[in-house]
Design a protein around this ligand. Structure first.
Ligand code: RIB
Ligand code: CA
Length: 307
C-alpha cells in the first residue's frame, strides 16, 4: 500500500526535484502539498509549487500557508535559488491554489485519515508546527515526521544553523515535542548527494519528458557549494522523499536532538547528540549516509516517468 504523505515545501530548486520525485513514485500517495515562505517569498513559492504540479499533470491539491516564521521576521535565500526561486527557469503558470490554509488542511487530513499520515517537511516547519500545536490531539495520527533540516556540524545560513531550522527554530522545537518519530536529513547527509554537470547530463539522456528536462535546466542554474569544495550543489530536499521510497539506500542513527532557541549566533542550531554525550532521551533519527549513485539513479528513473 502506498505511504500517505503531506509534503510541506518552499520551492526552491531542490524542492522542485523532491516534489517531482514524490509525484512520480507509486510507493507514495501525496494527499496534499502545502507551501510556506522560505527560499523566496510565499507568493513565489506558491506559484512555483502550482507550476510544478501542473507541469507533472498532477491533481494533488496545493495550499498556501505561512508567509513568515512563528516568531521574528521572514528572511529568504535567493542566492541559491534565484530571485524567482527556480533559478530563473520560467514555467507555464499553474492553476489556482486549492482553498484552505495549510495548517487547517493538515489538521483536516489528519482528523479524517483512516490511517496515520507521514508529514514531510522540506522548508521552514511553520505550517506543520501550526497544525500540530493548535490541535495536539492529532499527533497520534502522524505516522512520522520526515524533515530536510538541521546539521550536527556547520550550518549553511549561519555557521551554526541550517536554513530550514534557522528560518523557524520554534516550529522545529514544536515538532520535536510532539513525541512522534522525527527523521532528519541533515546537511551532512545532503553533502553526500552532490549534483554535478555529469549527473545532470546523465539525467538528460534518460528521456525527453518536459519534467525531466525542466528539472535538469533548474539544477544547472544552482551555484556550486563553496562549503563543499565547489564540485556541485547538494541536493537537499529529495533525500527526505527518497528515504521513504528506498530506505535501503541510507543508514541511520537514533539520537537526541535539541534546538538552540536563543537570540545569539547559535540560534537555529540543531544540537544533534550522535554519541549520547548529554544523556538526553532519544527523540529522533538522523540519516547518516546515502548511496549517492543509487540515489541519483532512483531520481533519474522516476523523473523519466513524468510527462
Ligand atoms: O538548507 C537547505 C534547505 O533550505 C532546503 O530545503 C532548501 O530548499 C532550503 O529550503
Ligand atoms: Ca526547501
Amino acid at each position: 500500500m502506498p505511504i500517505p504523505i503531506i509534503v510541506d515545501c518552499d520551492p526552491g530548486t531542490d524542492d522542485a526535484v523532491a516534489l517531482m520525485l514524490a509525484l512520480a513514485s507509486p510507493e507514495l500517495s501525496v494527499l496534499a502539498i502545502t507551501v510556506a515562505g522560505g527560499n523566496v517569498g510565499l507568493d513565489l513559492t506558491l506559484s512555483n509549487a502550482l507550476a510544478l504540479v501542473a507541469l507533472a499533470e498532477s491533481q494533488v491539491p496545493v495550499h498556501a500557508g505561512a508567509d513568515r516564521p512563528l516568531l521574528g521576521r521572514f528572511v529568504s535565500e535567493p542566492r541559491v535559488h534565484g530571485a524567482d526561486g527556480l533559478g530563473g527557469i520560467i514555467l507555464p503558470a499553474g492553476g489556482p491554489p486549492t482553498p484552505g490554509l495549510a495548517a487547517d488542511v493538515i489538521r483536516r487530513i489528519l482528523r479524517d485519515a483512516a490511517e496515520s499520515v507521514t508529514l514531510v517537511g522540506i522548508g521552514p516547519a511553520t505550517n506543520l508546527a501550526l497544525a500540530l500545536t493548535t490541535e495536539p490531539a492529532l499527533a497520534p495520527k502522524v505516522e512520522r515526521i520526515v524533515l530536510m533540516s538541521g546539521a550536527w556540524a556547520e550550518g549553511n545560513v549561519t555557521p551554526a544553523a541550517e536554513f530550514n531550522a534557522w528560518s523557524d527554530p520554534e516550529a522545529l522545537e514544536i515538532l520535536l515535542d510532539t513525541g512522534r518519530p522525527v527523521v532528519f536529513a541533515t546537511l551532512e547527509l545532503t553533502a553526500q548527494a552532490i549534483v554535478t554537470p555529469a549527473r545532470i547530463a546523465a539525467w538528460r539522456g534518460l528521456g525527453n519528458g518536459r519534467c525531466l528536462q525542466v528539472i535538469c535546466d533548474i539544477q544547472a542554474t544552482v551555484p556550486p557549494s563553496r562549503r563543499l569544495g565547489g564540485a556541485g550543489a547538494p541536493l537537499h530536499d529529495p533525500c527526505a522523499i527518497a528515504w521513504l521510497i528506498r530506505p535501503d539506500l541510507f543508514t541511520t542513527r537514533a539520537c537526541s536532538v535539541r534546538m538552540d532557541l536563543g537570540p545569539g549566533p547559535g540560534r537555529g542550531r540543531t544540537l544533534i547528540d550522535r554519541w549520547g554525550r548529554t544523556g538526553d532521551p532519544v527523540n529522533a533519527m538522523v540519516l547518516e549516509t546515502v548511496d549517492a549513485d543509487g540515489f541519483f539513479n532512483l531520481l533519474g528513473q522516476r523523473l523519466a516517468l513524468l510527462p
